[in-house]
Design a protein around this ligand. Sequence first.
Ligand code: 3PG
Length: 306
Amino acid sequence: MKVLVATEKPFAAVAVEGIKKEILDAGYILEVLEKYTDKVQLLDAVRDADALIVRSDKVDAEVLDAAGQLKIVVRAGAGYDNVDLEAATAHGVCVENTPGQNSNAVAELVFGMAVMAVRNMYNGTSGSELKGKSLGIHAFGQVGRNVARIAGGFGMEVSALDPYCPDEVMAEAGVKPVHDIRSLYRDNRVVSLHIPATAETRGSVGYDLVTLMPKGGVLVNTARKEVIDEEGLMKAMRERNDLKYVADIRPDHADEMEAEFAGRVFFTPKKMGAQTAEANINAGIAAARQVVAFLRDGVDRYRVNK
Ligand code: 3PG
């Protein structure tokens, strides 16, 4: 059995070592394809793979067509919008993610970016503190919960909106449940996005919500660029020169935004929320273990397709 790790953005070397150990101990072969620049390289490598471990790498119908022996794809991470679930199901391929394994890393970056925003991108001018400010968490999954935990240390007042999460879970974490999306944006100085990119959420955060934010509002996006309606956000930022937007990945209109809203936007060059040795080790080894459990014992606890 061959397990292929295909990562355009590689794991830390120590994580690859950990993955290797899991796979070799199970008696399987490991192939690692890193930093590939052409899809053809992935199509070639996947041809005789029984299992595939990826990060944000695109696993579409073409990749699945090329992978005649493939039984499982594990997305080492949370969001699986990069995998064509319908095509995988049609090919009889199980798709899994590794929920929670990289969430602390992403949550820490939220604060790295929030502090940067309220300190005026470290430009030397007087900024403000997070202590005592209100924080709205848009979706209370694994990352959102870690964000709430860290916000407690900063002394922020935290509320969250998540129709899929019971109020009691938020209350236990010291977070005020919010049920109206407009209130989440209207009442919070900092809003942190943790919604997945789905048909429902694509372009769902734009002008109408962002203009509701209080004076000095900061929108932090460590989720996906697709959830933002960029034109709407830009319209809001044009009308309100107090608003700031910081995101872990460059938006489609990044150049335009950097020129027009200089000092009010910041974008990482490459998605780096989960780019820590710890997150790579956690998610990578979890993915390897899930592959082995599936191939050896048929365990599919983290399956996300039908
Ligand atoms: C995730 O969905 O787990 C994060 O966005 C991390 O993605 P990455 O593995 O591409 O860094």
